[in-house]
Ligand binder design. Structure first.
Ligand code: MLT
Length: 259
């Protein structure tokens, strides 16, 4: 089902049950959750962040502004009770900002292929260099650079349709959206100190073959969370929901049923 709300943030809504807000990674869109749409036993709400998918871009963004966009989406849908909030990679950075800013709105948290730490000085410089490149050459340079690392090495040959779909999704990202998101990721705060304060049930999912964020980051987050559950998926890289959808969906369904 397609929807547009007053902030002109486009979102997809599928399935029924309790609400589950899932925030996409960079430089993807809500389309990355196609294999989850009605498979999680939940009412899946998947926004397109500004400048991605079908949402209009903004000039600048932060993980906090994205979290505010997401809470505005819940408000617009009159969903005021605590809900499950999750995100993959950059979406996880935003989910952590959401939990910091709006803890009363989060009944459960899903941290997927993500990390709690901030960018190192070197990583920040890398973001700046990428922003300059995107401004010169367009957003395609990001997709080109990321593509070889996104999936588990075997997924490229075993599941070419998954690789093609990811490329197709990345091709829809706008230049302004990509630049704003790179700045938001560069400037995100370190959420490590927040983890021990997050008492809601939290599911941490990570692909063992993730070449973008190593799974040791997931182990560290789960260890620091008072109520964390760690699930590592063998045979998956950075996008386990697309690479191993059945396993991924089962894990999320079981988690949601247990809370
Ligand atoms: C993502 O997959 O969302 C990003 O690559 C994460 C990052 O660049 O830190």
């Amino acid at each position: 089902m397609e929807n547009t709300q007053t902030l002109s943030l486009h979102f997809e809504e599928n399935g029924s049950g309790k609400p589950l807000l899932l925030i996409h990674g960079f430089p993807f869109s809500s389309r990355m959750w196609a294999a989850q749409s009605d498979a999680l036993g939940a009412r899946l709400l998947a926004p397109d962040l500004p400048g991605f998918g079908d949402s209009a871009a903004v000039d600048a963004a932060s993980v906090e502004s994205y979290a505010e966009d997401c809470v505005a989406l819940l408000d617009a849908l009159d969903i005021l009770e605590p809900v499950a909030v999750g995100g993959l990679s950059m979406g996880g950075y935003i989910a952590l900002a959401f939990a910091r800013l709006f803890p009363e709105r989060v009944g459960a948290l899903l941290l997927l292929s993500t990390r709690a730490g901030a960018d190192s000085a070197e990583a920040k410089a890398g973001r700046d260099a990428t922003i300059a490149k995107v401004q010169e050459q367009g957003p395609g340079v990001v997709a080109e650079g990321m593509f070889p690392k996104l999936l588990a090495p075997d997924t490229y040959t075993a599941q070419p349709a998954v690789a093609a779909e990811l490329q197709a999704i990345m091709a829809t990202a706008s230049q302004a959206g990509v630049v704003a998101a790179l700045g938001a990721m560069r400037d995100r705060p370190d959420a490590s100190q927040l983890l021990p304060q997050l008492h809601m049930p939290t599911l941490v999912v990570h692909g063992v073959q993730d070449q973008v964020i190593p799974y040791s980051e997931a182990e560290a987050m789960a260890a620091a969370l008072p109520n964390g559950q760690l699930e590592l998926i063998e045979g998956a890289g950075h996008v386990p929901n697309l690479e191993q959808p059945q396993r991924f969906n089962q894990i999320v369904r079981d988690f949601l049923a247990s809370i």
